[in-house]
Design a protein around this ligand. Structure first.
Ligand code: NDP
Length: 435
């Protein structure tokens, strides 16, 4: 704590991993006295830079730019870029640290990193977004490359932003390589990448439910967020026969007791992705639905909860409400959406709970598949990528069960994901000497 002051999110993420990994190290001599965990909690490199840009009125703004290159033991640094006013070093270090374990779990050769800016994309014109992205990439390009560090999207960074940044990278380097993932289909993107995180989260939850002989069929599902992850988690839930009843954004949530169908989802996608509007506009179109300003959706009675918005968006009190209302399964689509106290509530109640580093790994896994396709200069079919994604989520689930199954049969997916992720990175670090 003393060496990382004012970094609460980072300390939260490290504590969660340490609590499960330290007992494992104590039982496994191989991993002792190598300063492994101490080395793992220190990023290999942290880059901080100035991002100056000009708005449509000709006024100049300055934002902070970051790239945390956390660990390259098993592959090039890989992880998203977040553009949000709340971005700071603590948040990016927490995300980069989580990413190391997540990427290890995917079974692909991907190291971990994360980056972004405190830039707020809300209300900006396309031209302003482009100016910002070009300035951001002008510095970032010096530090990344298809074999060094391969960023992707995250909150506030979707296909529009990736396109602008890719264009600028190409101008600066004069080379067409897979340096970013989440690209558009016409310039090296992969089919299923937009869907991957949300779909993967639902595949993982399906696996968890199956361990108890259950499924999504006719289950009521409450989810938060209305961005990339939430939209596709909703779509796959519907395909599996579940009933999605909520969406949210940072202003509030909507509750549609009739259930959100494909047509309503298409409306949400257009609203959030094209018009860049607010979720409350849903009730203007669908009058039977209700909007709750400034509230989160966890009070809505459900069987399954999928938090897909942001970190620490579900606390212990809300966790208790979910359990009291009969919720049997919580699958994290966002990174660290549940507080440690909320996770304790779920695990004490012995309900199914998956940490984001396991259940949202489908996004980065499919980014890994995008990198493979770029290197091969080939594009795989939708079926092929989805099948690989599904297979990877099954493998991650199996790894969590292997390391997380308790003597009473309950699977601690937090412990399972942390230990399974740790082992591969630790083995690689030990083999590479004191690095
Ligand atoms: P988007 O920007 O597409 O959507 C984010 C959603 O979360 C929006 O609905 C946004 O609402 C809401 N949100 C953001 N910040 C807050 C906040 N402080 N309080 C309440 N709501 C908030 O991002 P993604 O869907 O890509 O990412 C969502 C989560 O999933 C993040 O935790 C991200 O790290 C994680 N993730 C994403 C992956 C991906 O492939 N995209 C991969 C793995 C994890 P509003 O419109 O008001 O901003």
């Amino acid at each position: 704590e003393a060496s990382n002051p004012n970094e609460p999110e980072f300390l939260q993420a490290v504590t969660e991993v340490a609590e499960t990994v330290i007992p494992f190290i104590e039982k496994n001599e191989k991993y002792q006295n190598k300063m492994l965990l101490e080395r793992m909690v220190e990023p290999e490199r942290t880059i901080l830079f100035r991002v100056p840009w000009v708005d449509d009125n000709g006024d100049i703004h300055v934002n902070k730019g970051y790239r945390v290159e956390f660990n390259s033991a098993i592959g090039p640094y890989k992880g998203g870029l977040r553009f949000h006013p709340s971005v700071n070093l603590s948040i990016l270090k927490f995300l980069g640290f989580e990413q190391v374990f997540k990427n290890s779990l995917t079974t692909l050769p991907l190291g971990g990193g994360k980056g972004g800016s405190n830039f707020n994309p809300k209300g900006k014109s396309d031209n302003e977004i482009m100016n910002f992205c070009q300035s951001f990439m002008t510095e970032l390009a010096k530090h990344i490359g298809p074999n060094t560090d391969v960023p992707a999207g995250d909150i506030g960074v979707g296909s529009r932003e990736i396109g602008f940044m890719y264009g600028q990278y190409k101008r600066l380097r004069n080379e067409f390589t897979g340096v970013l993932t989440g690209k558009g289909l016409s310039y090296g993107g992969s089919l299923i990448r937009p869907e991957a995180t949300g779909y993967g989260n639902v595949y993982f939850a399906k696996n968890m439910l199956e361990t108890q002989g259950k499924s999504f069929k006719d289950k009521t599902v409450v989810l938060s967020g209305s961005g990339n992850v939430a939209q596709y988690a909703a779509q796959k839930t519907m395909q599996f026969g579940g009933k999605v009843v909520t969406f949210s954004d940072s202003s509030g949530f909507i509750y549609d007791a009739e259930g959100i169908d494909e047509e309503k989802l298409a409306f949400v996608m257009e609203l959030k992705n094209e018009k860049r509007g607010r979720i409350k506009e849903y009730v203007e179109k669908y009058a039977a639905a209700e909007y709750y300003e400034g509230k989160r959706p966890w009070g809505v009675s459900c069987d399954i909860a999928l938090p897909c918005a942001t970190q620490n968006e579900l606390n212990a009190e809300e966790a208790k409400t979910l359990v009291d209302n009969g919720c049997i399964c919580v699958g994290e689509g966002a990174n660290m959406p549940c507080t440690p106290e909320a996770i304790e509530v779920f695990q004490k109640a012995k309900i199914l709970f998956s940490p984001g580093k396991a259940s949202n790994a489908g996004g980065v896994a499919t980014s890994g598949l995008e990198m493979s396709q770029n290197s091969l200069r080939l594009s795989w079919t939708e079926e092929k990528v989805d099948e690989k994604l599904h297979g990877i989520m099954n493998d991650i689930h199996a790894a969590c069960v292997k390391y997380g199954k308790e003597s009473d049969g309950y699977v601690d997916y937090v412990k399972g994901a942390n230990i399974a992720g740790f082992v591969k990175v630790a083995d690689a670090m030990m083999a590479q000497g004191v690095v």
